[in-house]
Write a protein that binds this ligand. Structure first.
Ligand code: FDP
Length: 418
């Protein structure tokens, strides 16, 4: 063997030993990452038993080295961790953390109740009629109590305004505590505790909608003044969707993010960040049964939409109707697939059905944050003055192409009627 043969053999042996070393190291680190992730999810389960078959299959999935391990699965970010990082980036919002945690807990609790409606006799009416003149369902009342307790106990909210209550109130009244400690928080919450409650008894999707305002720095800070700020003043807006999956969709005005509840660990994990609504989409979501009572502009628009003859529509897919009868569920569908949701005013009720404060404003803030548009038919929802906590408004939200076009039809027909 001459020198060149010797060098070649030596180089080949060195290469083999490098490969072996790499594989060992790679396996070691892969195992470490997987174990760390397992520990995290066990810890975050907070005592959740992992002995169920679903749990053990989950553990098996994470421990199987042969299974492909995707980075997003291993590094799943919980709602709490995501919010810690988000608030650390914007220190002026740090005080929001306990509020966000309380919303997360409330959504999880309401979701649990939604899953037990039939087995625990939670369906049916409560027997009361709310301030809107609607029959309250049992779950309307329970969800309202859960939201108020959770928000007020965060210690950072001083005022709560619920769609189910006649007027906004101080947290000290909610907690039955004359001690003013519960009225010192710097924030106010507005919410619809159980949106789409007509869907409860049939097990269809429902939701909770919420928004957070900062109490005014100057001037009166009474419950009414604080909660009747314009939608554009919201600092947090979101909803929880109780459906096939339970999602929290939320914005702190730094993008719109979707978290999904993992039934095994009981944690909400970030599943989509910085969601963008398609510029145009195929879905239109209107309660067609009311068509005869709508402004003719809405019917012209929908008829042109169905025949694909509206202008500037960049989506080439065939139009498709979807209406679940729960604002959160219908808007979520539009957010993901693109298109337009509308609840127009009628001849008898020109202001429509949906509430500006508890429904339209938070939804508008979220849709705008995702690059979409929210209109009352003639202008931006978020710019509407709030004169009354139970004020209603026509609402059109979704992709920019469809909503701006609807607004063009409304403006044109209104001008013609003068
Ligand atoms: P619900 O009356 O079942 O609570 O504002 C409430 C709301 O549902 C929305 O969630 C939903 O979009 C709308 O009303 C449904 O109203 P219609 O049944 O008139 O379509």
């Amino acid at each position: 063997m001459n020198l060149s043969h010797f060098i070649a053999v030596y180089a080949f042996l060195f290469y083999l030993s490098m490969c072996k070393g790499y594989l060992t190291t790679h396996r070691f680190f892969t195992r470490r990452t997987i174990e760390t992730s397992r520990c995290r999810s066990l810890l975050s389960a907070g005592g959740t038993s992992l002995s169920s078959s679903a749990s053990s299959s989950n553990v098996a999935k994470y421990t199987s080295l042969s299974a492909p391990v995707s980075a997003s699965k291993v590094e799943r970010k919980t709602f709490n961790r995501f919010m810690q990082i988000e608030l650390w980036r914007t220190p002026e919002l740090e005080a929001l953390y306990p509020i966000l945690c309380s919303i997360e807990v409330a959504c999880r609790d309401i979701n649990r109740l939604m899953r037990r409606i039939s087995t625990d006799n939670l369906d049916g009416l409560h027997g009361n009629i709310n301030v809107q003149g609607e029959d309250q369902k049992k779950l309307d009342v329970i969800a309202n109590r859960i939201m108020k307790n959770a928000l007020c106990c965060s210690g950072k909210i001083s005022i709560v305004a619920s769609e189910e209550d006649e007027r906004p109130c101080l947290c000290s009244a909610v907690t039955d505590n004359s001690n003013s400690a519960f009225s010192n928080g710097e924030f106010a919450a507005v919410f619809d505790p159980l949106d789409g409650s007509s869907n409860i008894d049939s097990g269809l999707p429902t939701g909770t909608i919420f928004g957070i305002y900062q109490n005014p720095k100057y001037g009166p800070r009474d419950p009414l003044t604080t909660t009747t700020q314009k939608g554009s003043e919201l600092i947090v807006a979101g909803y929880c969707l109780y459906s096939a999956a339970c999602h929290i969709v939320i914005t702190l005005r730094t993008g719109l993010h979707i978290f999904t509840l993992d039934d095994v660990t009981g944690e909400f994990y970030l599943t989509r960040s910085n969601v963008r609504i398609p510029r145009s989409g195929p879905i239109y979501s209107f309660n067609d049964a009311n068509a005869a009572t709508w402004d003719p502009a809405v019917n012209y628009f929908l008829s042109d939409l169905k025949t694909k003859s509206i202008r500037n529509k960049s989506c080439s897919k065939n139009p498709s109707a979807r209406y679940m009868g729960a604002l959160v569920a219908d808007v979520h569908n539009i957010l993901i697939n693109g298109g337009i949701f509308g609840y127009p005013g009628s001849k008898i009720k020109p202001e429509g059905k949906l509430r500006l404060l508890y429904e339209a404003n938070p939804i508008a803030m979220m849709i705008e944050e995702a690059g979409g548009m929210a209109s009352n038919g003639f202008g931006r929802i978020l710019d509407m003055p709030v004169k009354d906590v139970h004020q209603r408004t026509p609402l059109f939200v979704g992709s920019v192409d469809e909503v701006s076009e609807l607004q063009r039809y409304m403006t044109f027909f209104q001008a013609g009627s003068k």
